[in-house]
Write a protein that binds this ligand. Sequence first.
Ligand SMILES: [Ca+2]
Ligand SMILES: [Ca+2]
Length: 274
Amino acid sequence: MESTVPAYKRNVDKKLSIYKGSTLNNLPEEFENFENITKTLDKKYRDVRGEKYWGLKIAVVVLTIVTAMAMYQGMKIANDFEIYKMDSDKRFDELKKDFRAEYLLLKTKSENDLESMKNNVQSDKDNLIKVIESQNEKIFELSGWFKASNNLFYKGFSEKVEYQTARNRCQQLGARLISTGFRDPAVRREIIPKICIRNIRIWIGLNDIEREGIWVWSDGEILTNIRSIPWRNGEPNNDGNEDCGEYLWRTTDDGVNDTECYSHCAYACEKAFS
Ligand SMILES: [Ca+2]
Ligand SMILES: [Ca+2]
């Protein structure tokens, strides 16, 4: 600090010590004035020094405050950011969970709805098919076809034609010469009055054209037990070359006979409805 003491003060101090040491009891007026001046200067010096340090102190305080505020703001921002980040992460996780739960809910609902719709469509389709089939069956019955208990349809035709012609006529109707229902005794009793005229021979779907003695039905079955159907007395006798089966409905000795395929008989068709 001594190095900062101004030169004028050093001189004053020096003069003051000289005066104080030699003429303490008779200080001249000049000295009094001088001492006052010195005091004034000391005061100004202290003021100057004080002002100088006050400025520095203020600057330091301001700088400290600013720094502290900046640090505080920085820490606050960092802290706020951390809180915000944690909050955001948490909210994001919650949103993800909510979204996944919503997605699973919608997925399950969609799958259930789709399954329900499929079931409804299938149900509607089945009902519609039943209605159409029922209507078609009625139309079919109106055109002369009889629906037997085996769910097959039967119709007799009185025109007398050869066996092959009769077979073709049935095929043109999507049908076949009677076979499945005819070999079933119960169905046979049911359909004969519907498709036959008494004392008129009709072709049935049974022949041994391919191999003599091997009787094949028009639905593909083979007649393994020859006596499982009612033959007329003495039949089948293959008299000459008789390969086609005809049935005769009458009071006595009715039944099946093998006869020439070029004979002319009425015929009856059997149709599976689909
Ligand atoms: Ca034969
Ligand atoms: Ca015969």
